[in-house]
Design a protein around this ligand. Structure first.
Ligand code: NAD
Length: 251
């Protein structure tokens, strides 16, 4: 199917993991996708894979925590396409630490990437999304914005803020026909979770709490992103969709 035919899409952090799967699915669905990541090699590799399949992509190395990178990105999109129909604010990091001993540097880095980056893209991308006349902005929140877990308090704080930002922007951008929604993945098998999910006792306990009895895949999240990106969700804004196998539904 070509549900995103001729749409111009930007996916941040799309060199690996969830972002990469989102970029792949959007390209398969007919969008021109800006594949961007702070990791230049991963960006180039993900873009080359899509180009080899005949998909339409542009690769750019972008660190969302650097204002000048985001400015350069928006300028390039302005010059090449003059509009942005879909933005997936996916780039994110996790710094696990015992909260009592967390360094200022760890907190600032978490905030700069997970929150400042999303705010910058949502603000600086506004003129291009407005020019679309029918845009969809999708923010990557997390089950951790709504549930607590040891070593994840600071990460959860950035993700809870993304949920609040999503609702605020839905109200502010609605009159420009820019829809703003959030995705809240549970535990998805990517590099971000690889190390902790290898701890058998921990992963067994998580599966016990997951009604569907498996971890998610990057493709599970990409399919939900496609729903928010496409006209199938044309009357939905300010919403958040859990992709967690039912984990957050339980106690
Ligand atoms: N994996 C999960 O279980 C899970 C659960 C909930 C939410 N999330 C969120 O999903 C998003 C993607 O996570 P993932 O699991 O695919 O992780 P990942 O580590 O596999 O991929 C993240 C990508 O973001 C890139 N990145 C990191 N910092 C960046 C920056 N400053 N600028 C641009 N790109 C940057 C990395 O290079 C990497 O390619 C994150 O926002 C994460 O918080 C993941």
């Amino acid at each position: 199917m070509q549900r995103l035919k001729d749409k111009i899409a930007l996916v941040t952090g799309s060199g690996n993991g969830i972002g990469r799967a989102v970029a792949k699915l959007f390209a398969e669905e007919g969008a021109h996708v800006y594949i961007t990541d702070v990791d230049g090699d991963a960006t180039a590799k993900a873009a080359a894979e899509q180009a080899a399949l005949g998909h339409s992509v542009t690769a750019m190395t972008v660190d969302v925590s650097r204002g000048q990178d985001v400015t350069a990105l928006m300028r390039a999109i302005e010059q090449q396409h003059r509009r942005l129909d879909i933005v997936v604010n996916n780039a994110g990091i996790n710094v696990r630490s015992d909260f009592r001993n967390m360094s200022d540097n760890d907190w600032v880095r978490l905030r700069e990437v997970n929150l400042d980056g999303i705010i910058r893209i949502a603000r600086d991308g506004f003129p291009l999304m407005k020019a679309s006349g029918r845009a969809s902005l999708i923010n990557m929140a997390s089950i951790m914005g709504h549930r607590g877990m040891r070593t994840l308090a600071a990460y959860g704080a950035t993700k809870g803020a993304i949920s609040a930002l999503t609702r605020g922007l839905a109200v502010e951008y609605g009159s420009y026909n820019i829809r703003v929604n959030a995705l809240a993945p549970g535990f998805i098998e990517t590099a971000l979770t690889e190390r902790v999910l290898r701890v058998k006792a921990f992963s067994d306990a998580l599966l016990e709490q997951t009604p569907l009895k498996r971890f998610g895949t990057a493709e599970d999240v990409a399919l939900a992103a496609l729903f928010f990106a496409s006209d199938e969700s044309a009357f939905i804004t300010g919403a958040e969709l859990a992709i967690d196998g039912g984990m957050a539904a339980g106690l």
